[in-house]
Design a protein around this ligand. Structure first.
Ligand SMILES: Nc1nc2c(ncn2[C@@H]2O[C@H](COP(=O)(O)OP(=O)(O)O)[C@@H](O)[C@H]2O)c(=O)[nH]1
Ligand SMILES: [Mg+2]
Length: 371
């Protein structure tokens, strides 16, 4: 028997993996009908349509935030484009082109600068502390279109405004499905509606899965240290004493589970590998913060690595998540409804896609809710 042949049988191909990732058990017909009408509306009105563009491009200075900041910003910008009946696009080339890694799933959101000829444009930066402006513009008395008058409005932000958008007076006619679904399911729908893997990401992940995986199940944790040699400019991360994780991993059946620690810090991964050399798997490449590329590391490699880490987390049978947007997002879009733990200090609290943003309140996922 060759072990690898056996494994590849058990390992899902990316095509199967992507299928499996689609929201399965929810009544999503109203979402799908609405979205196909939105796309038809955009296509039928192409000659007079105006644009809302999520911007994380080198054309503009300043940061965009990490992967979850960007995804949260993309989701909110997409919802604003639906509210304003504009065509949604993504202008993302920092530190590399998004569509080299993920590609459009249902409609073409790729921005091209040739669009700018003969059109006026405006730029709205709602990143970080600028979010109060956003709140006013989404909940203000004026028509939302009065804020986005230009032919092309570029928006940069890292906040989820579902909570505020739901309070709009005409929301039931503007976006009926947003009143029906939980925030976690909205993420899942929008995420899968917008993105699927590019061929190169598919290859990278398939290779990694085939060579790395030895057992049927995988137990994973994210350790987010924050400011560290890979990310000297980063904020300090949550407190995660590693003994808590080792105690949990020690008790797992090592014939049943591969183990995986995603981290922003090499030394954490070294410790994990030393402790569980037979079971620990990893993704290839050097770690970087996508917003603060390490001078010594290749930004493209760092981007692919964090994406591979993210997708590995999404697909874990057991997932342990600290107060980090990166792994909270992985928890929100994952398909498996069991085996989720929220890591707060010394506690691993059993949680779910529906409770995780309550266990870690505030921040980019709930900017308006009290802490
Ligand atoms: N490769 C890799 N990068 C990570 C990991 N955790 C954080 N990062 C990097 O740090 C960035 C921060 O991500 P972000 O989604 O903003 O999470 P937050 O800052 O913890 O809320 C990511 O985009 C990655 O570049 C990890 O486990 N693996
Ligand atoms: Mg961040």
């Amino acid at each position: 028997m060759t072990y690898h042949r056996d494994i590849s049988k058990r390992t899902l191909s990316l095509g199967e993996f992507q299928q499996k990732q689609r929201p399965p058990n929810l009544e999503n017909s109203s979402f799908e009908t609405f979205m196909s009408e939105y796309i038809s509306f955009i296509n039928e009105n192409k000659s007079k349509i105006t644009y809302i563009v999520y911007d994380c491009s080198m054309e503009r200075t300043g940061n965009c935030g990490g992967w979850s900041d960007r995804l949260v910003g993309i989701m909110t910008t997409f919802v604003i484009s639906i509210l304003t009946k504009k065509h949604f696009l993504i202008n993302f080339d920092k530190p590399c082109l998004l569509h080299d890694y993920v590609i459009p799933a249902n409609f073409d959101w790729r921005y091209n600068s040739s669009l700018l000829s003969n059109k006026n444009h405006s730029y709205h930066n709602y990143l970080n502390n600028n979010y109060k402006k956003m709140k006013k513009e989404l909940l203000g008395e004026k028509d939302i279109n009065s804020y986005f008058k230009a032919d092309i409005s570029f928006l940069r932000m890292n906040w989820d405004f579902t909570y505020n958008i739901r309070k709009r007076p005409n929301i039931n006619t503007d976006i009926p499905w947003i009143t029906k679904y939980h925030q976690a399911d909205i993420y899942k729908y929008l995420y899968h509606f917008l993105f699927k893997w590019s061929p190169s990401s598919t290859r990278a992940l398939n290779n990694q899965r085939k060579t790395n995986r030895k057992r049927n199940k995988i137990a994973c944790a994210h350790v987010r240290r924050g400011r560290n040699p890979n990310m000297p400019q980063d904020a300090v991360g949550p407190k995660q004493p590693l003994d808590v994780l080792w105690k949990y991993f020690d008790l797992l059946d090592k014939d049943e589970y591969d183990l995986y620690v995603a981290s922003d810090t090499d030394s954490v991964k070294v410790l994990a590998r030393e402790r569980y050399p037979e079971n620990m798997i990893d993704t290839p490449g050097n770690i970087t913060h996508i917003d603060q590329p390490h001078v010594l590391n290749d930004p493209d490699e760092g981007f692919q690595k964090q994406l591979s880490d993210f997708y590995t987390l999404v697909n874990c049978d057991i997932l342990i998540v600290p107060s980090s947007g990166f792994s909270i997002l992985a928890a929100l879009v994952r398909n498996i409804d069991s085996g989720l733990f929220c890591w707060r200090g010394l506690d691993l609290i059993p949680c779910s896609r529906y409770t995780i943003t309550e266990i870690f309140p505030g921040g980019k996922y709930n900017p308006s809710k009290p802490k």
